[in-house]
Design a protein around this ligand. Structure first.
Ligand code: OXD
Length: 317
């Protein structure tokens, strides 16, 4: 009898375990509790769905495929770069929620909704400083920084708002919702066009500190930055300087560097900064969507077919 493929599944969704159970003739499910009770078992695992720390990865010597439940894998890359294993992620699941989150934050600022809501709390029916200070997305230029699954969806939504959409992506390849695509080497020209920059970049060696002093200087005065990619793609000191100087009208951040933001950090209290604690990718059906990617990939793995959502370990995303 051939040995079953030991598959570590971090979650405990009964629906997922049931569906993996359908392959019981080939797969043996291993749970985190079993690994805790018997750490050597990790060395026999071939497939893992979830997140493994560096120490665990060092012990998982027979691991051939790791599927993560999220999109960002920067914490895994140093541990798996040279390993003989395929890394796949859950990219795509965050496209709709992150886009909705970015436009939600943006509209909150341009429509002065936070200020209106503050007045509601004290029963003030007073439009001064609200209607006379609103902005308009219609007709403005949206710059999508990183046109992957999230950026592509944001570009489509921006277009539906009547925005002109420009983009920047590594290969410079076209996207139907993006009027003009730039490459990283053309970032100054890209930024000079943008009224709003939506940053969805992953954190890699090439994107760390991608927006620094020179980039903020290249932006249109009174541009707005939305960041739901990774905090480390932005130089925070340069960001704060450009907010203080008024060069940047507002920063809407779901991710920060450092993250979590220490309680005494100046970003907390800057007037033109709006923060959400890294939850833009959340959606009510997140688990089911990520599980569907794993199950699709599991079928492919068992059939010897190529997996989807494969991370380029050299590029880091
Ligand atoms: C992710 C995230 O990496 O939500 O999936 O940040």
């Amino acid at each position: 009898m051939t040995e079953k493929i030991k598959t570590l599944i971090a979650g405990d969704s009964p629906a997922l375990l049931d569906q993996v159970g359908a392959y019981a003739d080939r797969i043996e499910i291993v749970t985190p509790a079993q690994i805790e009770a018997q750490p050597d078992l990790l060395g026999q695992v071939e497939i893992a769905y979830g997140w493994l720390g560096g120490d665990q990865l060092a012990k998982a010597t027979r691991l051939r495929w790791l599927q993560t439940g999220g999109a960002g894998v920067e914490g895994l890359i140093p541990h798996v770069q040279t390993a003989d294993l395929i890394l796949t992620n859950a990219r795509g699941v965050g496209a709709a929620p992150i886009t909705e989150h970015m436009f939600g934050m943006l509209l909150m600022v341009t429509r002065r909704l936070a200020q209106a809501w503050d007045r509601q709390k004290t029963r003030q029916w007073n439009g001064d400083g609200l209607g006379d200070q609103v902005g308009l997305l219609f007709g403005k230029t949206l710059g999508v920084l990183g046109v992957g699954a999230i950026g592509g969806h944001s570009a489509e939504v921006g277009k539906a708002f009547g925005m002109r959409v420009v983009g920047l992506r590594r290969g410079g390849g076209a996207h139907p919702a993006v009027e003009k695509m730039y490459t990283p080497g053309e970032r100054a020209a890209f930024l000079a066009e943008c009224d709003v920059v939506m940053n969805t970049l992953p954190l890699t060696g090439a994107t760390r500190g991608f927006l620094g002093r020179a980039e903020f200087a290249a932006l249109r005065p009174s541009a707005i930055l939305v960041n739901t990619g990774r905090g480390g793609t932005v130089n925070t000191d340069a960001l704060m300087e450009s907010l203080r100087s008024g060069r940047l009208a507002a920063a809407l951040l779901d991710v920060t560097d450092p993250e979590p933001l220490p309680p005494d950090y100046p970003l907390w209290t800057m007037e033109n900064v709006y923060l959400t604690p890294h939850y833009s990718g959340s959606r009510p059906d997140y688990g089911e969507c990520a599980d569907a990617i794993f199950l699709d990939n599991l079928r492919r793995y068992l059939a010897g077919r190529p997996l989807i959502n494969v991370v380029d370990k050299r590029e880091g995303y």
